[in-house]
Every structure is written in C-alpha cells, then in structure tokens.
Design a protein around this ligand. Structure first.
Ligand SMILES: [Cu+2]
Length: 92
C-alpha cells in the first residue's frame, strides 16, 4: 500500500519561485513586484499582502522588487495580485 506523502511534499511546486520550506505547514513564495522605490513602498506592499489569510510574514525589497511571503498554505495568485494592486503596485 502506498504511503501518503508528507504534507510538505504533497503538492507539486507551483509557479513563481514558490517552494516548500522545511518548516512544517508553511509555504515560502517569492513574487516579483514592479514599481517599489523605497521603504514606504515596501511597507505598503507588505501590509496589503500581510492582510491575506494565512500569511505569517512578508518581506518586500524595493531594490530588487522581490517580495518573500511565508504562509500556511499556497496563496491564490489573484489574491496576491489584488493585494499588490491595492497597495498601488503591480505583480510582474
Ligand atoms: Cu516608495
């Protein structure tokens, strides 16, 4: 009989650099956001994405445009896109 895969390995790797972390039951995803130029922008993006369900941490870096999001489950792309849009920026 087939053993069920451990939770962290159950799903195939989705898009956009999303990876399963070694922490149980968390997913780390890196998104590329265009338009951030300073710490204020980072804060705005982090605040909007941080308000999404299941998100435990957001790190936005204006200089690279990279936003690293840790969440309890993979996030829906359109939810992340909407949050970034709400902050006034664009998911690349
Ligand atoms: Cu700014």
């Amino acid at each position: 009989m087939r053993q069920p895969a451990p939770l962290a390995y159950r799903q195939p790797l989705p898009h956009r650099g999303e990876t399963m972390s070694s922490e149980a039951n968390t997913v780390t995803a890196v998104y590329q956001v265009t338009g951030m130029t300073c710490g204020h922008c980072e804060g705005a993006v982090a605040e909007e994405i941080g308000a999404l369900d299941g998100v435990s941490s957001v790190k936005a870096v204006a200089s690279t445009g990279q936003v690293t999001v840790v969440s309890a489950a993979p996030l829906a792309d359109d939810a992340v896109r909407a949050a970034v849009d709400e902050a006034g920026y664009e998911l690349a």
